[in-house]
Design a protein around this ligand. Structure first.
Ligand SMILES: Cc1ncc(COP(=O)(O)O)c(C=O)c1O
Length: 401
């Protein structure tokens, strides 16, 4: 009999992006001829603005087919410096920027560059599952902090965060404009976090994947607080604002000594980000913005309708996030009324009976001690308005039957 391949021990610590597990179940359901309503994946079913697509074609036609510098092409780094400085009150130059194949690689490279095995890393739970996966994979100790409901929506539990800091804490991961809840910090909270980071000499990953996915007000960054620019690495991505999830263009932005290591990791890893796509990213930043604004208007309509429909369902309550394209309704009463005792049974049954594919709170990290409410996460970025209405109507009928 053929011996099984002996894998390295470290891979047992690798997690996955759990929404993809729901995607597999949804695909199996669809393969049987059923209609699926995709609320599970934070992907987009909207086209990339035409001027950006045209810029990529142009670059390909102009022979932009070779490797680029590992840090990325200079005009893109210049354009990014301009954008970040204008929106975050910083004074970065191109040497502060390392272009990356998407936002996600910034997470692993930040951890690889700055965490030693045994270091503690504070990260949000519920949160983007890749933080915990990468901390464990590289031998760190993930220490969660959480979000709590506030008057209007959700906010970060900064008392809990501060209590969780220990002598071994080295890194702090912040995802203001938060996946999955849409929570965001107030100015006072940003200031308080900066004081905690400075006091405990923490290096901070600012995952700003949703900085520009905002429907009202203006986003602000923790990097603008005193003492933060020298200890922060910003995760920037083109994925969400410009419907470019599959193009894989993002950047790490921060102190030069960290960026040099990021570039060295690029040399060892992908060499460079797709050449022509870097030119498309310049167009995204500097070209006409009306299509990007239109994307936001479409998302806002979906958000408003989904929140309205969810709040008509008995036992469901959903607040209105100002940012991201996620909703995080509390479904505790509905779930209990229908006799479900846990998420998996509930989510599988909803999929089988209605075709609605959803993520639950545990897809964003193991539930913490004392958590008693049940939450779902709905992404409305990958489903058009008609299907969104049809899917949520089916979901309502199922829950109320
Ligand atoms: C919080 C957060 N950070 C980072 C990413 C990764 O973004 P990208 O597609 O640019 O790699 C995502 C994607 O869903 C996300 O939700």
């Amino acid at each position: 009999m053929k011996e099984p391949v002996r894998l390295a021990k470290r891979v047992t610590n690798l997690g996955v992006e759990t929404a993809f597990l729901v995607a597999a179940k949804a695909a199996a359901h669809a393969a049987k001829g059923n209609k699926v309503y995709p609320f599970h994946l934070g992907d987009m079913n909207l086209p990339t603005p035409a001027n950006i697509v045209e810029a990529a074609y142009r670059a390909m036609r102009d022979g932009k087919n070779g490797y680029t510098p590992n840090a990325g092409i200079l005009p893109l780094r210049e354009a990014l410096a301009c954008e970040i400085n204008a929106t975050r009150k910083t004074s970065y130059s191109p040497e502060n920027i390392s272009v990356q194949p998407g936002g996600k690689p910034v997470i692993s490279k930040f951890i690889l560059a700055l965490m030693n095995p045994g270091d503690e890393v504070l990260y949000p739970n519920p949160g983007f599952p890749i933080y915990e996966s990468q901390i464990r994979f590289h031998g760190g100790i993930p220490v969660p902090y959480t979000v709590i409901p506030d008057r209007e929506h959700f906010t970060f539990d900064l008392d809990g965060l501060e209590e969780a800091v220990s002598e071994r804490t080295r890194l702090l991961i912040i995802n203001d404009l938060h996946n999955p809840t849409g929570a965001e910090m107030s100015a006072e909270q940003r200031h308080r976090i900066s004081e905690i980071a400075v006091k405990h000499n923490l290096l901070v990953l600012l995952d700003e994947a949703y900085f520009d996915v905002r429907y009202t007000g203006r986003s602000a960054s923790l990097v603008s607080e005193p003492g933060m620019v020298e200890r922060s690495l910003i995760l920037y991505t083109f994925s969400k604002k410009y419907a470019m999830t599959g193009w894989r263009v993002g950047a790490a932005i921060g102190p030069k000594d960290i960026i040099e290591i990021m570039n060295k990791l690029n040399v060892n890893d992908e060499s460079c980000t797709s050449h022509s796509n870097q030119y498309a990213a310049i167009e995204a930043l500097q070209g006409e913005q009306s299509a990007a604004r239109q994307l936001l208007r479409i998302l806002q309509k979906r958000r408003d309708r989904a929140v309205e429909l969810l709040n008509t369902i008995q036992g469901v309550s959903c607040s209105l996030p100002k940012t991201t394209f996620y909703l995080y309704p509390d479904v505790s009463e509905a779930l209990i009324q229908r006799g479900f005792s846990g998420y998996e049974d509930f989510l599988d049954t909803v999929l089988q009976h209605t075709g609605v594919a959803l993520c639950g709170r545990p897809h964003f990290g193991a539930c913490l001690a004392g958590e008693s409410r049940y939450h779902l996460r709905l992404a409305y970025s990958g489903i058009d308005l008609a299907d969104l209405e049809e899917g949520l109507t089916r979901f309502k009928s199922f829950l109320e039957s």
